[in-house]
Design a protein around this ligand. Structure first.
Ligand SMILES: Nc1ncnc2c1ncn2[C@@H]1O[C@H](COP(=O)(O)OP(=O)(O)OP(=O)(O)O)[C@@H](O)[C@H]1O
Ligand SMILES: [Mg+2]
Length: 481
């Protein structure tokens, strides 16, 4: 039923059949200006077919364009079910909220039936019987068996292997033959997996049932070009991060220190990730009585972030990242305060702090919590990063689905210097999350921090941690230049 005295917007045949014209006529940007899709968006919006794969760079306009398509679809197709699915429920709300925004004011608001629902799952109902829902792919119980007409998968490359073909595609079994029914997978690339396979199939298909598109970030005319150029310059045109995140290419991540499938496994193993109550992944995790924690701290220099990482090491076979504080430009006294309060809150977590240059005095100031220092050289850095990489490889660590964490791990790379040595990617992008995590993991690997299940560990601690002897051939390459 339409709202009292409300006049539904008039839809010409052209608008009914064209999401682009529809968007121009009815939708507005956040700043209130009329919506005008850019060339790539026009091409994509006019070529959606029953399976559409779009591999796009960061900030290309994925969320904006998918919202436009979904709104057009709902308004012009009565009695249809639209699902926005992302790796987590929270992420599905990005597109969902953009859709909701278009219905909250302006000519389309009269079409909304009742209120827009936010919990437990977001939902919009229109007076024409169409509905839009948001879901996280990590809770298959809340997707399975739901009939859908249009399914939009945001960040499809991050879905758990098998979920798209086994859980999501079957949602279209009954409805898939109807006009404009189908599935849209849109994502930045991430390794090989279902999204890659569908994209490859779509690329090779010529019968009109599948379409594949690839758009770089640079093809969005609204993107902050200065920022983009700075990123390209900082990482290099051939870097993994530039090619993947911004050029939207499926590249081989051979030079990535943390294997991409290991990173996926680590976030899929996080407590609550695959739970069936539909709740979001909880992060940070509150301290649990009787659990044993360690804290790793990477101190900020001028450009970097301060990062404190708390690892739950109660179960040696599944270390769990419980908390991460990441901040910038606060000064050492604030940082020390955070280190102390984390130490205390997390059952007097043993603490290892980056003691390179100025860090040394910070460690001394933290004598009250018996923090230990770790000096970074090329070699020592390499060693603890390898330790961390091995934990991932052995699937002994769980991290939350948090893109800051995941992305820094994904793009942490070996780099060859002019002198032929190998160096971590420290001079370029950020490595503070990885380093604080590696410091915490290093503590977890030291025997005396495991198995002492007391609140306070009163055994004398060495000031400096001695590393195990070199254990792999790569280490030779990491001599300091
Ligand atoms: N047609 C358009 N007109 C005006 N601005 C646009 C248009 N398309 C995208 N933008 C702007 O470009 C930016 C990126 O858009 P959007 O958030 O949709 O990209 P995305 O690909 O989803 O980004 P992310 O990689 O962060 O998920 C936003 O500021 C958005 O407002
Ligand atoms: Mg987006």
């Amino acid at each position: 039923m339409l709202k009292k005295n409300a006049k539904p917007p008039a839809l010409s045949e052209e608008i009914k059949n064209d999401p682009v014209e529809f968007g121009r006529k009815f939708l507005r940007n956040l700043d209130g200006s009329p919506f005008e899709p850019h060339d790539g968006q026009i091409e994509l919006l006019r070529n959606i077919t029953s399976t559409t794969c779009a591999c796009c760079g960061r900030q290309w306009g994925k969320s904006v364009s998918m919202a436009v398509y979904a709104v057009w679809y709902m308004v012009t197709h009565p009695n249809r079910q639209v699902y926005i699915i992302a790796p987590t429920l929270d992420q599905s709300k990005i597109i969902f909220n953009e859709i909701a925004r278009h219905f909250q004011s302006g000519p389309l608001s009269v079409l909304v039936e009742g209120k827009i629902i936010e919990t437990p799952f977001p939902r919009i109902t229109l007076s024409n019987g169409s509905q839009c829902h948001g879901r996280g792919a990590n809770s298959p119980a809340y997707i399975r068996g739901k009939p859908a007409h249009l399914i939009i998968l945001d960040e499809a490359a991050f879905f758990k292997q098998g979920v798209i073909p086994n859980v999501i595609e079957p949602m279209l079994t009954v409805t898939g033959k109807m006009l404009h029914s189908g599935i849209i997978m849109i994502s930045t690339p991430f390794g090989r997996g279902d999204f890659y396979d569908y994209s490859e199939a779509a690329r090779k298909t010529t019968d009109g049932t599948m379409n594949f598109f690839r758009y770089s970030s640079e093809s969005n005319p609204h993107v902050d070009r200065k920022r983009l150029n700075a990123i390209k310059k900082r990482y290099g045109e051939q870097s993994l991060i530039w090619l993947t995140e911004y050029m939207a290419q499926f590249v081989d991540a051979d030079l990535a220190v943390f294997k991409w499938e290991d990173i996926k496994a680590a976030y899929e193993a996080y407590p609550g990730y695959s739970n069936d109550d539909g709740a979001s992944v909880r992060f940070p995790l509150a301290p649990t009585e009787g659990h044993k924690y360690v804290q790793g701290v990477d101190l900020a220099n001028v450009r970097d972030f301060f990062v404190s990482t708390i690892l739950d090491i109660t179960n040696r076979e599944r270390l769990t990242l419980s908390r991460m504080d990441r901040l910038q430009k606060r000064g050492y006294s604030a940082y020390k305060g955070i280190i102390r309060s984390n130490h205390k809150a997390y059952n007097f977590a043993q603490t290892l702090v980056d003691a390179t240059s100025l860090g040394e005095s910070v460690v001394e100031d933290l004598a009250d919590i018996r923090a230990q220092g770790y000096k970074f050289s090329n070699q020592s850095k390499y060693e603890i990063v390898q330790e961390l990489s091995r934990l991932f490889n052995e699937r002994r660590i769980a991290i939350p689905y948090n893109r800051d964490i995941i992305d820094e791990l994904r793009y942490f790379q070996y780099e060859f210097t002019d002198s032929g040595n190998v160096r971590m990617e420290a001079s370029q992008g950020h490595d503070d999350i990885v380093m604080s995590l590696a410091l915490a993991a290093h503590l977890a690997a030291i025997p005396n921090s495991i198995g002492v299940f007391r609140g306070v560990d009163l055994t004398p601690q060495p000031q400096r941690v001695t590393l195990p002897p070199n254990y792999d051939p790569w280490a030779e390459l990491f001599k300091d230049d």
